[in-house]
Design a protein around this ligand. Structure first.
Ligand code: NDP
Ligand SMILES: O=C(O)C1=N[C@H](C(=O)O)C[C@H](O)C1
Length: 264
């Protein structure tokens, strides 16, 4: 299976170079970087000292060389390749986070023509946690939910896509509209906590790969469900599992829960 990676020069792009080099059934066939990126024209594995024989390009037409596209870049990067994925009928797994409502709409629109996985987290463990927090939300309906995440100093979006998806899972399980109950940050004289809200706190520092903790706070007791990523390998391996799933699907918007057979 020929795989194109968008965001190739980044942390996840390079993790995918390694995962693809180890995969017997897959090969890197095209590598896309940001227009004007210092990596364009160089070998896709150069930042990791790996020779892939595939040069980094900033031309989305390179996607014609792939059976499936994996994108871990920035929302602008995803939106730049999406029309070409549609035109060339290439399935795409989107691991990028930080989309606004209009950008999500554009992804939904594309998924009417091609198979798309939109996955704020591709690790198996986090996708199990999405299910666990949904169940906890049903079992503990009167608790106050707070979601705390910590990531490395270079992360640019907050709260993380994973934290937001955890909040969405909880709101769905409780029959709430996420946008009405989410408190994405707090400061100043906030007043007492409003019942039924879902609070978020985002910490940034060092080289933390990814920590997420969901707290169900009641009176006299507290339940906490947490996930720690210690390397990015789980994200890359999960993305390859998602890509293998996608090539056999009809057009539509899929999640990692669909890939892994996890009921919501
Ligand atoms: N779904 C999941 O499991 C995971 C998701 N992520 C998400 O994936 C994304 C990438 O993360 P990470 O690899 O750590 O980030 P990096 O910043 O390390 O990499 C992002 C890459 O995207 C490139 N890029 C930036 N802007 C554009 C653009 N407009 N068009 C094309 N390419 C662009 C950058 O190019 P240049 O280097 O030239 O600036 C860079 O190489 C983030 O949104 C992150 O939240 C991360 C880990 C796991
Ligand atoms: O930027 C990161 O690093 C990560 N981003 C994703 C997110 O926003 O949830 C997934 C993971 O937490 C790492």
């Amino acid at each position: 299976m020929k795989v194109a990676v968008s965001g190739i020069c980044g942390r996840m792009g390079q993790m995918l170079v390694k995962a693809l080099a180890a995969a017997k059934d897959m090969e890197l066939s095209a590598a896309l970087g940001r227009v004007g990126s210092a990596g364009v024209g160089k070998d896709a594995g150069a930042p990791s000292g790996i020779a892939t024989g595939v040069p980094v390009s900033d031309d989305p037409q390179e996607l014609r060389k792939a059976d499936v596209v994996i994108d871990f870049s920035r929302p602008e990067g995803t939106l730049a390749i999406l029309p070409e994925c549609v035109r060339l009928k290439k399935p795409v797994l989107i691991g990028t986070t930080g989309f606004d409502a209009a950008e999500k709409k554009a992804i939904e629109e594309a998924s009417r023509s091609i198979p798309v996985i939109l996955a704020p987290n591709t690790s198996v463990g986090v996708n199990a946690v999405f299910r666990l927090v949904s169940e906890a939300a049903r079992l503990l309906p009167d608790t106050d939910v707070e979601i705390v995440e910590m990531h490395h100093r270079n992360k640019v979006d907050a709260p993380s896509g994973t934290a937001l998806e955890m909040g969405r899972c909880i709101a769905r399980a409780r029959g709430q509209d996420f946008d009405e109950v989410a408190i994405l940050s707090r400061e100043g004289h906030t007043g007492p906590r409003k019942n039924g809200t879902i609070g978020f706190a985002a910490l940034r520092g060092g080289d933390v790969v990814g920590i997420h903790k969901v707290i169900f706070a009641g009176t006299g007791e507290r339940v906490e469900i947490s996930h720690h990523s210690t390397t990015r390998e789980g994200y890359a391996d999960g993305a390859l599992v998602g890509a293998r799933f996608l090539v056999n699907q009809a057009a539509g918007l899929y999640s990692m829960a669909d890939v892994l057979g996890i009921p919501r």
